[in-house]
Design a protein around this ligand. Sequence first.
Ligand code: ARG
Length: 562
Amino acid sequence: MDYKLKVAEVVSQAVDGQLSVDEIVTKIEVPKSLELGDYAFPAFVLAKVLRKAPQMIAQELVEKMDQTGFEKIEAVGPYINFFLDKQAFSQDVLGQILDQADHYGDLDLGQGRQVPIDMSSPNIAKPMSMGHLRSTVIGNSLANILAKANYQPVKINHLGDWGTQFGKLMCAYKMWGSEEEVKKDPIGSLLHYYVRFHEEAESKPELDDQAREWFKRLEDGDEEANFLWKWFREESLKTFTKVYDRLGITFDSYNGEAFYNDKMNEIVDLLEDKGLLKESQGAQIVDLEKYNLNPALIKKSNGTTLYMTRDLAAALYRKRTYDFAQSLYVVGNEQSNHFKQLKAVLKEMGYDWSDDIHHIPFGLITQGGKKLSTRSGRIILLEEVLDEAVELAQKQIEEKNPSLANKEEVAKAVGVGAVVFHDLKNERLNNFDFDLQEVVRFEGETGPYVQYSHARAMSILRKAGKNLSGVQVNLNDPNAWETLRLLGDFDQIIKRAVGTYEPSVISKYAIHLAKAFNKYYAHTKVLVEDRELESRLALVQSVAIVLKESLRLLGVKAPDEM
Ligand code: ARG
């Protein structure tokens, strides 16, 4: 709920509208300590307009203010501090949460408009990198967050499934490959053929000619080439899907680079018609000097089209197909330039909707402070990471709650959830270090800690065994205030996450709320028969609802017991 807005309205009224509500909202602060109130307005921003000392302004305004809905409003030096009426606030917030359950915090920013999210997008016949994994997890969470704000996300896996490398791959497979091998370990065997091709081609340049021949056959629709291409793609996708399944992530489209094969001519023609194509050393380019960018390569001298050309075709296709409100690309920071060029070329083509295209970059995962790369041998195999995380979770459950009924299922939710949460905990552009022990801990700022707090709330509710529907909340406990305030912030948190494309806004909030709730629980006995029992349970249930919903937005499960 937007209580800030309410404060701004009160201020605006007191200054007879000399400063608009919108202006005032931007000036309102949240004091560091709750003792200084819930909101503060620095009166010195009015000093110029009212030509008085800020202290005076603060004093005079407070006298004029309508105090309904507030416990008190007081002037302290040049500040006006606002204390919300805790009773009214708790009735309002907890009432809404119990009533709306997992719809609490829903917004209508998107009005049902579609938002394609280009995410994951690994390359066929190559291992999925940590970058692709981050893209998958961040993209999925953004889809959940946007859906909560009533956008309609479309999760697109823009597979790297086209290019001259397929010629090499086919050539290598025909010479050294076997069907069983590929079926058994698609990515491993295909990668192996590809590497071997490069090794042997060094001394046998005729191999490169054969590879070019194979790629030409593929482009010309030759039956065998097409069959192999499809098969490599399918087998690779099976391996990727294992990872997606474990993360519980699905896609709405697997239209990859190949999908745009028959849509490239139109782009080249459009660029030509608009007089944007230039020749440079035999290649066709679009000059982007006025954007301070390198030229965009559209067609190589041998006539083959490029990554950029496909992305231009894809952007246009998505605009036509989804009439998007925004179009997102969750791709590593190292491709920033590519997406700047993409937007610039679309702008040059006269498409104003290029402003609605957003590259959502992210940083690297490091280990021991070093970049993970396939070449250095420092690859973390994702499947193994998830297996180990689940194993560690299982151990901790065994220690803490050996009699738990569905231990295995819970361990999966906790182990996988821990890895996902860790990825989404830091601002996405930051690089972060991956230390499995750290990730799966039940204490500290981890996914399991939030899950555990949710399970604790659920266990209190089970013990109480009360139906709370229609309960009259009457909560007068200062210990509960921090938790209550946070619960009331939820919709503003969603709004901020949408505006910044930052799942970390949600994960940080979830940690914050879990901490506040655990502090409350350490100070206050919830299960005591007195007049406030049901109100306390309403608070506990609200915490459970909002923690579970926060985790869901991140793509993390919240077991009822652990
Ligand atoms: N396959 C590319 C890679 O692995 C990522 C594709 C990102 N999406 C896009 N539309 N360019 O680098």
